[in-house]
Design a protein around this ligand. Structure first.
Ligand code: HOZ
Length: 432
């Protein structure tokens, strides 16, 4: 293995540490759970990143999901630069907002209205406020290890960076706010039923990641989503699908389409902004029209519907629609990667459980099935860290946490999937 120079990343991290908490603007990037120095990225194209020391990496992070077409897609770049030439923000409506709204709503026939915000956090936070406003109830249910962004009420038993840093419930969240969030184990319908019994007529909404991605990938157990729908409906409680990671990725209509979920509200982020900061939430007109200025549930944003971000979203969803083989190609390459990784781990006598749905995948260093947060946390984090560094040293940028999903894009061709498998095989040999 050639020696890798990372001097510039190291120097830039030192500089950032003195200026930015932890040197990063989002905790997972700091390599907290795998150790070492994060690579600073200079540029990206297709499925490759180049760090500031000139090392080329196959990217299995994809900016945590948005880059389904690969980085710097020419059509997306052209759309953004043409919007850029007309000005960057007007604080007034533009045609692009309706164009993107049409593209979102045609993929989610259960939704008639969509509101654009700036992040997934804003989307879920606003959807919960709407659910409370619409039902006149205060309590909500979320699942252990699901992550819905960093709004106060949702930073309870949270996944993603909250697990990386070992604080699934953040300091600074008032008791009174955290107390409005009830928590159930993922894939456990009985626990949800018990909460409904304990708090009759008080639960406004159940929010979930229909395929969990923020404790690593954990698919819904058979009957879980259907059971949740029945339970919520029978208690006049809204069901909110957080499709920030899965929306437009697992099918044109995301997990809602793939699993046939009849959600009341859907939240999006990532792909809908084509790599620019966009979140969104949507649902039927009678619910969404309770949002200001039509209704009494307030939500606003100076940069919401920003023209550059809308242009990137329109171009991304447009390009995806022009690729008839997009989802079957992602599925095929995802399956090939899963099979190759399993074989490689077996060859190195390393016990792994791989959870994959379409182009989202997590390698858990454990021999037990991973179906919820306790089973995800039972995996060997130190072994993951060794494997991660084995990959990185050989030119693969895997998510730097055992509690995240790796993402394939359409730009990862069969050849890159092969390289990922070969590299993983070499890294598995260093795990034990
Ligand atoms: N799992 C996170 C987003 N869904 C990773 C991104 C971040 O927090 O920076």
């Amino acid at each position: 293995m050639a020696t890798v120079t990372t001097d510039r990343s190291v120097a830039l991290f030192e500089r950032a540490l003195a200026l930015i908490p932890g040197g990063v603007n989002s905790p997972v990037r700091a390599f907290g759970s795998v150790g070492g120095t994060p690579r600073f990225i200079a540029r990206a194209r297709g499925c490759y990143l180049w760090d500031v020391d000139g090392n080329r990496l196959i990217d299995a992070v994809g900016s945590w999901g948005p880059m389904i077409l690969g980085h710097a897609h020419p059509v997306v770049l052209e759309a953004v630069s043409s919007a850029l030439a007309s000005g960057t923000s007007f604080g007034a409506p533009t045609e692009l907002e309706s164009e993107l709204a049409e593209r979102v709503l045609e993929r989610y026939p259960g939704c008639q209205r969509v509101r654009f915000v700036n992040s997934g956090t804003e989307a879920t936070m606003s959807a919960l406020r709407l659910a409370r406003g619409a039902t006149g109830r205060d309590l909500t249910v979320k699942f252990e290890g699901n992550y819905h962004g960093h709004a106060d009420a949702l930073l309870v038993a949270a996944g993603s960076g909250a697990l990386t840093t070992g604080v699934p419930s953040s300091d600074g969240v008032p008791e009174a706010v955290a107390g409005t969030t009830l928590v159930a184990p993922y894939n456990d319908l009985d626990a949800v039923a018990a909460l409904f019994e304990r708090f009759p007529d008080r639960i406004a909404a159940v929010i979930l990641e229909p395929v969990a991605g923020n404790m690593g990938v954990v698919p819904p157990a058979a009957g879980f989503l259907e059971g949740l729908r029945d339970l919520t409906r029978s208690h006049d409680t809204l069901l909110i699908a957080d499709e920030v990671m899965t929306g437009f990725r697992l099918a044109p209509g995301g997990a809602v389409e793939r699993y046939g979920i009849d959600a009341d509200l859907v939240c999006w982020g990532k792909i809908v902004g084509g790599g620019l900061p966009v979140g969104a939430y949507g649902g039927p007109a009678e619910l969404m029209d309770q949002i200001s200025p039509v209704g009494r549930v307030y939500q606003a944003g100076t940069l919401s519907g920003n023209p550059l971000a809308m242009a990137a979203g329109v171009a991304t969803l447009g390009c995806m629609a022009d690729l008839p083989d997009l989802y079957c190609t992602l599925e095929r390459r995802g399956a090939a990667l899963e099979a190759g990784l399993l074989e490689a781990a077996r060859g190195a006598s390393v016990a792994v459980t791989i959870n994959r749905v379409g182009s989202m995948l997590t390698v858990f260093f454990t021999d037990i099935p991973v179906v919820d947060l306790p089973s995800a946390r039972a995996a060997d984090e130190a072994a993951f860290g060794r494997w991660f560094h084995g990959l990185l040293a050989r030119g693969v940028y895997w998510p730097p946490s055992p509690f995240e999903a790796a993402f394939l894009s359409y730009a990862h061709e069969d050849a890159e999937v092969e390289v990922l498998i070969e590299t993983a095989a070499a890294a598995f040999c260093e795990v034990t």
